[in-house]
Design a protein. Sequence first.
Length: 243
Amino acid sequence: MPGGRLTQQDRQQIALGLADGLAYAEIARRLDRPTSTITREVMRNGGPTAYRADLAHRATERRTHRRKAAPRSPGTLPQAHGRDAEAVREYEEEFATVFMRSGLPKMTAKVLAGLYTTDAGSLTASELAGRLQVSPASVSKAVAFLEDQGLVRRERDERRRERYVVDDDVLYQSMMASARATAHLGEVARQGAGVLGAGTPAAARLENIARFVAFVSESIVRAADQAREILHTKPEPTSDGTV
C-alpha cells in the first residue's frame, strides 16, 4: 500500500523498471509510491546499474533486524529540540540520496548529510563514525574527498580534537569553485575554436560552448555574491521564544 514498507515484489518491479530504462518517477507512479521512496531505495542498494531486488530485500531485512536488536547508537539517542530520532535518521538518508544523485559517492554523501543536519555544523571523526555506524577509516576517506572539493573544512576544538565543519560560507565557497571550473571549460573550448580554424563547423560549435559557459559561470558568481548573506541568516524566535 502507498506509504508502507516496500515488499519483495515491489523491489522486483523496481528492478524491472530500471532494466527497461524507466525514470524513478515512472517506477514510483506504477507502484503508487513517492518518487523519493524509489530514489532512496535504489541509491542505498547499489544505484541504478547495480540494483538487485533480492539483495536489496535481504539488506533491508538485515538493517531492520539490527535496529531492533542493537542497543541505541549515538545517532538514535533522544535529540535536542524534541526531535524524533528516527525521523531525523530517515531524513538524513534522503538528504544523502540527493547528494548521491549529484555525483557524490555513497559514504561521502552520508558524511555530508550528517554534518549539515547537526546544530553545530561540525563533528569529530569518532562522532561521525558512531552516528553513521561505519569505520573511522571510511569517514576519513570521505572527508578527504569533501575537503578537496571545498565542501568541508577542518579545525581544532578546545580539546585539540580535529573537527570537520560545514559553516555558513562553505556552500558559497564550493559554488564559487564550481563557477571557476565551469569558466575554465569555456576557456578550453575557446582555445579549441582557434585550433580548428575560424569559420569551420567544429570551431563554431566550440565558440558557442565557450560563450554559453562564460555566461553561465558569470551568472553563478553574480548570483552567489548577491545571495551570500542568505547563508548567514539566523532563525527568528517564534511566539513561544524558541527558534
